[in-house]
Design a protein around this ligand. Sequence first.
Ligand code: 0O2
Length: 248
Amino acid sequence: MGEDNQRESLIDVGNNLVNKEIIDINSIKFKRIMFLYNAALKEIKTKIEILQEELNLFSNYEPIEYVATRLKKTESIVAKLKRKKCELTYENMFERVNDIAGIRIVCNFKSDVYKLVELIENFQDIRIVSKKDFMKKPKKSGYMSYHLIVEIPVNFSSGIMYVKVEVQIRTLGMDFWATLEHKLKYKNPNILKSESKNLIKYAKIINNIDDNMLTISNRIEKEKNENIMIEATENKEDLGEKKIFFKL
Ligand code: 0O2
């Protein structure tokens, strides 16, 4: 195949995928679509890792505990389209399934989640499609998290394509609950009502713990800053002969 033909097929990838054709999960077309999402996932993962390193190095701020990425399984894409009562077309796959590429950022404290949202919104090259704050307004199940749908620019030889990625940002506590609830109930909704109630109860307990951990962190930070201020003042008053030490 000549270079021109190869290039043409890439342009094709960009222009002709979003149509009303019925999805064929064994086709090259489907493989190409998943390649686009995977490329977007690599891009956003790198962006978040660079942000994380920058925050650590320049501001001594370490809000991110870990980052995980995943491409949605084929059967889950199809199941989601069916759940949304959509025809199984490529167009619907692009337009109605927002989380084919997903990245999860797990933070220490609730305040870190909001800081991260702000920082991601400030990225110059990405587009914010939508935001859902399930921390302020948890789901009926008890689920808490912050979701952003973003469009990531990916450079291909034929030009730039914007590809959708779902960004889930939450605390360690929220992630612990969501991971277990996902296994116990989310994919298995017919569990006993009493067990659903228990899960909601534990979501609330974890939320309280998250609040308390943040309060402790804020108190420690405040005390540290006060001690630094006292030390600075004492050092200024000290004419160089006497050294005063403070316990941190
Ligand atoms: P999976 O298996 O995790 O991929 P939308 O198109 O945005 O209107 P959607 O996509 O259902 O509708 O959006 P929503 O409600 O923001 O949920 C997106 C994802 O959040 C889900 O993807 C789950 O990963 C997670 N999630 C939402 N609600 C719950 C919940 O109650 N419990 C848990 N554990 N996770 C939840 P999927 O594709 O549904 O599932």
